[in-house]
Design a protein around this ligand. Structure first.
Ligand code: UDP
Length: 325
């Protein structure tokens, strides 16, 4: 199958591209290199640099490459930034997605996978969070993803569009060749590992007064390769109908547990200091992935936090300056 991957030069997108190619698919990457890196794009993929804001560029892309399916990763993805600059999310994330969907319908592409988010669940009634949970977006970022989910819902009903919305919890880890390299970096595991590499003095723990076992926030870290496999399974299942899945390991770890595990793996003391809470952080986010396990047979292969951090540590050691060497 020929798959168009928007954001295929970014962290998750580039690893999904790698796994798609290993699974024998043909891949076209479309990325504006805003957060992505040319060096992250698998050499066997066709790479087109461009912006989803440019509708005619998207039309040209689909005309020329005629993909059978689209995986849409290209997006602004930071909760905090979206609280400061909501229009970047409610504007760009939404209109870029709309451009892509309109062009897809026009060009007869009716298979679509959306990167969605755990930020749809700001007030979960139950933990772990399953797909029956009430949607309460936690920020303009989460709202922008929810708007795209709703567009997909209606395209399914009006245009025989088949989609999967995959709601990621905390993607982490690396493949042998590709890893996480954001500017600026805001995510816990790469920040902790940059301390171990001597690039930062310490990590600030954003609050230790949450109602959790050690006072720090609990998150469900899912290995990016397991996440990639879920995309491939979802792609192959689209013929059988549209679907929405929560994706995590079903296990939560605190910020302090992540830091301690990184100390054990790296052998570095990784100094940590308690700071203020980060606005918008829920205390606990853990996914129930029973639905995708049951329906598609998805089974995480790297569910252990140690495996996840070890893979990231190997990649960061091999690429101490990220993709910029
Ligand atoms: N966190 C932290 N210090 C940092 C970065 C993150 O204490 O420098 C915490 C953050 O408050 C959250 C957890 O680590 O509880 C995971 O944050 P991250 O930004 O990696 O992912 P998020 O859960 O926001 O998607």
């Amino acid at each position: 199958m020929k798959v168009l991957v928007t954001g295929g030069a970014g962290y998750i997108g580039s690893i999904v591209v790698e796994q798609l190619i290993q699974a024998g698919e043909t891949v076209v990457v479309f990325d504006n290199l805003y957060q992505g890196h040319r060096a992250a794009v698998h050499p066997a993929a066709t790479f087109v640099v461009g912006s989803l804001a440019d509708r005619s560029a998207v039309d040209d892309l689909l005309n020329e490459h005629r993909p059978q399916a689209i995986m849409h990763f290209a997006s602004h993805t930071l909760v905090g930034e979206s609280m400061e600059n909501p229009f970047r999310y409610l504007g760009e994330n939404v209109t870029n997605g709309l451009n892509l969907l309109q062009s897809a319908v026009q060009h007869g592409v009716r298979r679509f996978i959306l990167s969605s988010t755990a930020n749809l669940f700001d007030e979960p009634a139950r933990m772990p969070i399953d797909e029956a949970e009430t949607i309460v977006p936690g920020s303009p970022y989460g709202e922008s993803k929810y708007i795209l989910e709703r567009m997909l819902y209606w395209l399914d009903r009006t245009h025989d569009f088949r989609y999967a919305a995959l709601r990621y919890f905390n993607a982490a880890g690396a493949s042998a060749e590709r890893g996480e390299d954001h500017h600026p970096e805001t995510h816990l595991i790469p920040i902790v590992l940059s301390v171990a590499l001597g690039k930062r003095d310490k990590v600030i723990i954003f609050g230790d007064d949450y109602p959790t076992r050690d006072g720090t926030c609990v998150r469900d870290y899912i290995h990016v390769i397991d996440l990639a496999q879920a995309h491939i399974l979802a792609l192959r299942a689209l013929n059988r109908g549209s679907r929405v899945y929560n994706l995590g390991n079903g296990q939560g770890f605190t910020v302090k547990e992540v830091i301690q595990t990184a100390r054990e793996i790296s052998g570095h003391p990784i100094p940590a200091e308690i700071g203020l809470r980060r606005p918008g952080d829920p205390d606990v986010l853990i996914a129930s992935s029973d639905r995708i396990r049951g329906e598609l047979g998805w089974e995480p292969q790297h569910a252990d936090l140690r495996d996840i951090i070890e893979s990231a540590w190997k990649w960061h050691q091999a690429h101490p300056h990220g993709y910029e060497e």
